[in-house]
Design a protein around this ligand. Structure first.
Ligand code: NAG
Length: 133
């Protein structure tokens, strides 16, 4: 009897142990506005003192509605990331508008651990990706 209980318990443990949970851990704070003046570099920028955070840290008057000049390089990327909007620090959020000239291209680049969603408003766009192996 004891050996069958042991077998059942082992089988149950084996089934439960095969369930894997994979996700990013929850951030330790609601926001971490980038302190770009700090000489300390961690995985991103260190947090500005919460007492010094204000609405401007979360606002950017970007001209994402305006087409950019594509004559030089065939494309022109307008990026909104932590370098332009300090409040995005550690949130894993960024945004870009890319204007393409006809036959224009955006050079190969990487987005480690990022998700990318493309919306083509006019024309067509060929997009590819390279896997790590
Ligand atoms: C992108 O467009 C802006 C505004 O039209 C221009 O100032 C800038 O030089 C362009 N950048 C490139 C790489 O063509």
């Amino acid at each position: 009897m004891a050996s069958s209980n042991f077998f059942l318990l082992t089988a149950l443990f084996a089934l439960v142990a095969t369930q894997a949970m994979a996700s990013d851990h929850n951030p330790l704070q609601d926001f971490c506005v980038a302190d770009k003046a700090s000489p300390v570099r961690v995985n991103g920028f260190t947090c500005k003192d919460a007492k010094d955070v204000n609405a401007d840290d979360f606002f950017l008057a970007a001209n994402l509605d305006k087409p950019m000049d594509t004559t030089k390089a065939g494309s022109n990327a307008t990026l909104i990331n932590v370098m332009k909007l300090a409040g995005l620090n550690t949130l894993g959020i960024s945004m870009a508008r890319i204007d393409y000239a006809p036959q224009g291209e955006n050079p190969p680049h990487t987005h480690p651990r990022a998700t990318e969603i493309l919306t083509v408003l006019e024309g067509s766009l060929y997009v590819g990706f390279v896997t790590s192996n």
